[in-house]
Design a protein around this ligand. Sequence first.
Ligand code: 8YV
Length: 326
Amino acid sequence: MTHHVVLYKKLSGPLMQRLQAQAEVTLIDDPKSSNGLARLRDALPHADALLGASVKLDAELLDLAPKLKAVSSVSVGVDNYDIEYLTRRGILLTNTPDVLTETTADTGFALIMATARRVVELANMVRDGQWKQNIGPQHFGSDVHGKTLGIIGMGRIGEAVAQRGHFGFGMPVIYHSHSPKPAVEARFDARYRSLEDLLREADFVCLTVPLTAETEGLIGAEQFAQMRPETIFINIARGKVVDEQALIAALQNGQIRAAGLDVFEQEPVNPDSPLLQMDNVVATPHMGSATHETREAMARCAVDNLLAALAGERPKDLVNPAAWNG
Ligand code: 8YV
């Protein structure tokens, strides 16, 4: 039997050919446009499997897909999926957890460095022909080496950020997570802290938690008030983990020094957002895993997961094992 796969994210030529050799493939390459969404809805009744990312697949949409057996996400985050609904229907959900860890942690440190040393602001000054004399205190940034790195969320990406801080920049590492992680403490000389204590102590606060009902709005006005005026806030998790209006106020009131943000409550971020008007904010377009190598590795992993599921095999990166009845 030939399976019908609906793609809502483009694949490279070799991966597309590999998939087309084993399934009938429909590509919706602009699922967020009204036309693309309409074409996705039209394709769902025939779909045995979906592959893509960055589109919310809720129950209303998936009710249109009675044949669906698997959803393969090209992401580590699974906040775009109703996992209970998928599991109830016996639909396998897979993601791409390991292949993007190092690249996303690199992005975290890119934001730490760019924000602390004011790289974007000063590079723009040079580009704009405004470098007229030796730079002075009004242009100075903050040191990164030796400063205290506070990581909220100690999963794969949090550990990779800790590794960079400890071994690369000689930073004392403190962290907050569901529970203490002795192995992480041994590897990086890291210390567990309550969220409040971490916010009070860290020079850099780096968010790496997944977006869940528990973490949505985790960092709001109360948490920013616990930080120090010299604290730099980094978000490589999800925008909705942060109360964005509280972040804007904290930056405007000098409660924190600066912010490096790769994710936002609404993406793409509103061009009129006050966050984009502040020199002490480095804003990037959800580029955490966005390198040629890593995105191809993610897509390859997603195709592997999807083909395994369609072949009746347990996929490597199964998010909802309760849906597996193999
Ligand atoms: C995006 C990410 O998924 O993996 C995640 O959870 O946030 C990113 O890698 C990616 O932009 C979609 O391919």
